[in-house]
Design a protein around this ligand. Sequence first.
Ligand SMILES: Cc1ncc(COP(=O)(O)O)c(C=O)c1O
Length: 437
Amino acid sequence: MAVSSEQLAIFGGPKAITRDPEDIFAWPLITAEDEQAVLEVLRSGRMSGNDVSKLFEREFADWIGSKYALTYPNGTESLRAAMWAVGTGAGDEIICPSMTYWASAAPALTLGAAVNFADIDPETLCIDPADIEHRIGPRTRAIVVVHYAGHPADMDRIMSLARAHGVAVIEDVSHAHGSLCHGRKCGTIGDVAAMSLMSGKSFPAGEGGILVTDNREIYERCIAYGFYERTGAPSIYNPVDLAITDETLRRFAGVPLGGYKHRLNQLASAMGRVQLRHYPRRISEIQAAMNRFWDLLEGTPGIRAHRPTRQSGSTMGGWYHPRGLYRAEELGGLLLERFTEALRAEGFQQCQPGANLPLHAHPVFHEADVFNMGAPTVISFGQRDVRQGQGSLPVSEGILETAFDVPWFKKDKSDVIEEYAAAFRKVAANARELGAT
Ligand SMILES: Cc1ncc(COP(=O)(O)O)c(C=O)c1O
């Protein structure tokens, strides 16, 4: 390859990436249609209503293929509600991958539950199904599955484990709106799914979250927990709403059981409705662009695509914050930090090693006394001590040496994508000059 013999930019050679990327990285895509929809709500003054949110919920549920959907002010709240709705309470435990954003786990503490962190699979970067079963105990209520960076987790194995032990499965779909897991949409396989809709996500609604489920009991519990206007009691803004049929829950109509107010600002719902109309087309272009990039890098030593095989029927959805997998041993032990430094010099300035930092050794999950009980919340309610220190989850802990940022192309522009792929090939081909042995 001619390009591989060129001197690296880090040593003063020409940069591999020179083209103007134009709008290839622009996200979210906001058009006059979004502006019009948001303006309509703004002008009507119905920001605190729920008529637009309910339309968005119906449309989103139909698109993803679930019976019910509920919108939330953010993804974190939708996860908290999902945890409570499947029965997580004081003294219980949830199992969650350590390498994820904190919101997949931290809400459990506010329910008085402990988090038993599992390791991730080095190929999928999702929870390792082989590291789940031995963590299940009598107080385990749920397994939280994160489809990390859009990659579907191994739901077949996780669901059969969960069913065998009577444990609920909560899918955190914050990275994977539209990802397929063997032909089924992520978010429709577990008992309930919750996800972020914040602006940087592949499905953006400005700020917000959404929960989907086929389970009427979970749906009604979520309403009782945080949607006081939908419990059957009259409210200031909205007409009486009879979403709750369960008599025990209806006793509490009018005051949310969680003490939370889970209502999405309708400006975001309006934007979400417009985004949804365009989302399938937009992610199919992302899919084409990202697969083009990885196809160009097939066989490059040291780097592997983070994507399912084509024949699997699984996809990466909107490829939220995509990563590559690094194999230093194929590049003479070259440190990933040095590899990414060389890529930054070639013109991919955002290239950093790692992904989310592991959570299992974080002081919040060891020491935080959320309820002022004079003891860490993870052991305050009589549950067994599931705290784990550094050294217990090697794949998660090694993430700074094994995963790195790749460009998140939103448009399938071959000339720009080819330049980025050439930069990766150039750095890999010159590993020796960078310090590889
Ligand atoms: C995996 C994951 N779960 C949950 C969340 C929380 O969502 P939000 O920021 O909308 O509260 C995020 C993102 O922020 C996330 O990346």
